[in-house]
Ligand binder design. Structure first.
Ligand code: PLP
Length: 391
């Protein structure tokens, strides 16, 4: 059996007729950029997340770049973030001329550790230059949004939430109210890269905000900093969302809730099977499910307790199972950020996680039979490979 890490063709087979007729409608309209479909899609995402405004842009990386620009982050500013994320989170800081300040991650959720964020804000020698914080709700699970709101107000810093992987993930506050990731910060940024839970047929992204001035800035910055055509207030960028992607994303948005439920059910099945008697769960840390948050399982990532991750990955690949490592090298150790002075050992939890994490196949159309096969092969690997001494 072959089980891919991710497969878009199954989803397309379900939506093909609807997508093709929508494409025909958009092509026939002659309106291809920032028109009716984009406006409607922006409204739908704003409503879905409970934000006042949504601004479609070309991709999630631009969304981050523009969001920081809206907050006037630049030369001389520091921005706290996680080293355990996709590159774009940090490159947006550097491309704006600011410096990233890394806080280590929580060893279980792999989200940024908010204790460490507070410590940086209280004790770092350059703390007075910290202007913003970018939490990334990694793999589809929010960090503590109550705590995030409190850090934002206590320290008076700006917050951009990177929700590229967590559209629709929620946090239940002390009063029982639901908060969506992306709506606690000043701005939230989304990616609709094809592999995301809500994925386009190409690149697309969005910024959400409930601050009208910030939203207005983003709206003009994405079209060369112009509110009225050919009159430019600032030097912006070209980062437009096109009608074809918006129209397809609107079709998919209507299924997002159902797909999310399937992802959650798949993760629950993995967790149950991997912690059954037949599976050596003591050699794995499985994703935790907390009652105060809704993890939408963009990825299903396990941690190996021993140093056998690469061997397990190779074994699963030989058995036709796709896996991936998110992320093999934390950002403070990347060559392009060498001038920031990061050294091995600086952020030990991130560095250890980079050596031990493994993403297993996860997409809504995965079948029970395929999940059982993956778990059976993981068990077979452990049966064939006795525990390593170096643990
Ligand atoms: C956490 C995170 N931030 C930012 C991005 C950048 O999004 P994009 O690929 O749409 O530029 C991605 C996805 O690729 C991501 O996973």
């Amino acid at each position: 059996m072959r089980v891919p890490l991710f497969d878009l063709t199954r989803q397309y087979a379900q939506l093909r007729t609807e997508i093709l007729s929508t494409l025909d409608r958009v092509f026939s309209s002659g309106q291809l950029i920032l028109s009716e479909e984009v406006v409607a899609f922006e409204r739908e995402i704003a409503v879905l997340l409970g934000a006042k405004e949504a601004i479609g842009v070309a991709n999630g990386s631009d969304a981050l770049y523009i969001a920081l620009k809206a907050l006037n982050i630049g030369e001389g500013d520091y921005v706290i973030t996680t080293p355990y994320t996709f590159f774009a989170t940090v490159s947006a800081i550097v491309r704006n001329g600011a410096r990233p300040l890394f806080a280590d991650i929580d060893p279980i959720t792999m989200n940024v550790d908010l204790d460490q964020v507070e410590r940086l804000l209280q004790t770092h020698p350059e703390r007075h230059r910290v202007k913003a914080f970018i939490p990334v709700h990694l793999f589809g699970q929010t960090c503590d949004l109550d705590r995030l709101a409190s850090i934002k107000s206590t320290f008076g810093i700006r917050v951009v939430e990177d929700i590229a992987q967590s559209i629709g993930s929620t946090w239940t506050d002390k009063t029982g109210g639901l908060r969506y990731s992306g709506t606690v910060g000043d701005l939230g940024t989304l990616s609709f890269f094809p592999t995301k839970n809500l994925g386009a047929f190409g690149d697309a992204g969005m910024i959400v905000s409930s601050d009208p001035e910030l939203a207005e800035f983003c709206r003009s910055f994405r079209v060369h900093g112009s509110r009225e055509r050919y009159y430019h207030d600032v030097v912006g960028v070209n980062s437009r969302l096109d009608e074809v992607q918006a129209a397809i994303l609107r079709i998919k948005t209507r299924r997002l809730g159902e797909w999310t439920e399937k992802r959650i059910a798949i993760a629950a099945l993995y967790n149950r099977l991997l912690s059954s008697k037949e599976a050596p769960s003591e050699r794995l840390v499985l994703p935790q499910v907390y009652t105060d948050r809704r993890h939408i399982f963009h990825q299903y990532v396990v941690l190996l307790k021993g140093n056998e991750r690469d061997a397990l990955k190779a074994f699963l690949e030989q058995n036709g199972i796709g896996t991936s490592i998110y992320y093999p090298l934390p950002l403070h150790l990347q060559k392009c950020f060498a001038d920031l002075g990061g050294r091995p050992g600086d952020l030990p939890v991130s560095e250890r996680t980079a050596l031990r994490s493994l993403a297993l196949p996860m997409f809504p159309e995965l079948t029970e039979e395929e999940i059982e096969y993956v778990v059976e092969r993981v068990s077979a690997f452990f049966a064939q490979h006795p525990k390593s001494a170096n643990r």
